[in-house]
Design a protein around this ligand. Structure first.
Ligand code: HEM
Length: 496
């Protein structure tokens, strides 16, 4: 498999290929376009700040030098406002054309999760046209990038900020419930440093349009008639899509992005698991509380998987990138005695163990068609109790809810929102009958309304957690398309 060429790397936005975990501060500026000429002029002036993947010198975990990146993406309404040619508007994927709000009934966004309750992206919020995400290694570096980007926005007549969000990575890389996050990321074929035979490598076309995917085909990509590209800024469609080969490929080197603002109720989470771990004398077995919560998540708080450390947490494994994601389920744990079938991580990526599927290689290949690249960070830096105390089972007996809003700024990058993010959310995470269950759901995926159970396979008898409370609530979201640098240049020239 050839590696990405320099030309390709210069065309792909950096967020896709950066390892990015060293960027500990994030800022999200949600934009509305006022008029199409102004919007194109804004894209032109922000282009010098949009980071391309060529700016990462080697492989994605070697990029400490690049300490700030800016990313630009659009909603379908934003492309309409830019007057993108009609053929491109309808050749985007259906779910992107509809947008997250119209998809919310099938995403399970019901009750308190309904879009009418959202703070961003919902029907009661201003329409989003574009999103600028800024990620930087520290506050100082963020301040510099942010002031440069804000200066461009405020001097652009065509664009206004309609909403802002922030994010951060905790010094321990723990998310608000106390778990190490961002571990299991698919690796992309063609990246330098990742030979094809390494575990966990997925076809490029699962994450970037214009390349073959795990099914051996090019993912559908929005196109533009050649006559609508008079300056010849866009490439032709790749070989293999013959009927489209005379059209210009607007999607190549771009991808779809899912955003969800997910509130995490830390007090509800720990009070529930404390309650489940009460001894007969009323005292709480803290180790048991953490054990039960870890079974629900699918890993120990340190990040160590049950597959490598079934009995107790092992921070040395959690800290070791070479070990902590190197496991499968079929041979050692088909029935989920180690990692429960219903746990968040096993639902989100069942790896080589799929219900009613005996062929583990087929199962693994099939799971690899539903992977996502996660760029999730936490929001609100104030903890109720220090999140690093979870790993040492040092949970307060009662966690007093401080009423503060905290949680995850969830971002997923994928070439098909339907086959990847939505598949995980709908078919695996929210599916009460996943793996043959009667009424189990992912407890943290955002779809549990408090009326599903959670079964932990155990001997001599399984443990059933009844009516798991809704620890996670959806507070916003949107579907975006993140174009290549060439396509951004096209958009900048569109109404010049
Ligand atoms: C606030 C809500 C969420 C929390 C607290 C959470 C937490 C976690 C944690 C602790 C891990 C294990 C560490 C890792 O592999 O990085 C994980 C893995 C993962 N999560 Fe989430 N997550 C949340 C929402 C979601 C959603 C909405 C999705 C997608 C629909 C998702 C997809 C995944 C995937 C694909 C993995 C990797 C599984 C694997 O490959 O083993 N997560 N999550």
């Amino acid at each position: 498999m050839p590696l990405f060429t320099n030309e390709e790397l210069s065309d792909i936005q950096g967020l896709l290929l950066s390892e990015w975990a060293h960027l500990r501060r994030s800022r999200y500026l949600f934009l509305q376009f006022n008029d199409r000429e102004g919007a194109s002029a804004f894209i032109d002036s922000i282009m010098p700040f949009v980071t391309s993947a060529i700016q990462f010198p080697e492989r994605w975990d070697d990029d400490e030098d690049l300490d700030a990146i800016a990313t630009l993406m659009f909603t379908h309404a934003g492309f309409a406002k830019l007057a993108l040619p009609e053929e491109a508007m309808w050749s985007f994927a259906r779910e992107f054309i509809y947008g997250m709000v119209k998809r919310s009934p099938i995403l399970g966004d019901e009750g308190f999760n309904e879009p009418t309750n959202w703070v961003v992206g919902g029907p009661n919020n201003p329409e989003i046209h574009a999103l600028v995400t800024l990620d930087a290694s520290n506050d100082e570096r963020m301040a510099k990038l942010e002031s440069d980007v804000r200066a461009i926005i405020s001097s652009s007549t065509g664009v206004s900020i309609i909403h802002e969000e922030s994010g951060f990575r905790h010094a321990t890389d723990k998310e608000p419930f106390g778990w190490l996050d961002g571990i299991s990321q698919p690796r992309i074929q063609r990246m330098p440093g990742y030979p094809d035979n390494v575990n966990n490598v997925c076809a490029t076309g699962e994450f970037i349009l214009g390349y073959l995917n795990e099914s051996g085909i090019y993912p559908p990509s929005p196109f533009i008639e050649a006559t609508h590209d008079p300056k010849n800024l866009l490439p032709f469609n790749p070989e293999g899509t013959k009927e489209l080969s005379k059209k210009k490929d607007f999607g190549r080197n771009g991808t779809y992005v899912v955003y969800r603002k997910l509130y995490q109720d830390v007090a509800m989470f720990w009070n529930y698991f404390n309650q489940q771990a009460k001894r007969e004398d009323g005292t709480i077995d803290k180790e048991r509380a953490v054990f039960l919560a870890a079974k629900v998540i699918g890993r120990w708080p340190s990040g160590a998987p049950f597959a490598l450390s079934p009995e107790k947490d092992n921070p040395a494994i959690g800290q070791d990138p070479a070990q902590r994601d190197n496991f499968l389920y079929h041979d050692r744990d088909k029935d989920g005695y180690q990692t429960p079938l219903s746990s968040h991580t096993r639902r989100a990526n069942p790896r080589d163990a799929r219900f009613m599927e005996e062929d583990k290689n087929f199962a693994l290949g099939s799971s690899d068609k539903h992977r996502i690249i996660r760029r999730t960070v936490a929001y609100n830096q104030n903890d109720i109790f220090p999140r690093e105390h979870v790993e040492t089972c040092n949970i307060p007996d009662h966690v007093e809810d401080d009423g503060a809003d905290r949680g995850a700024q969830f971002f997923a990058l994928n070439a098909s929102i339907r086959a990847q993010f939505e598949f995980i959310q709908i078919d695996w995470s929210n599916n009460r009958h996943f793996q043959g269950f009667r009424n189990n759901q992912d407890a943290v995926g955002g779809g549990n309304l408090g009326d599903s159970d959670f079964e932990i396979p155990a001997k001599p008898a399984r443990i059933t957690l009844r009516k798991v409370p809704p620890f996670v609530k959806v507070r916003g979201g949107a579907y975006f398309f993140m174009p290549s640098l060439s396509s951004l240049r096209y958009l900048a020239a569109l109404n010049a």
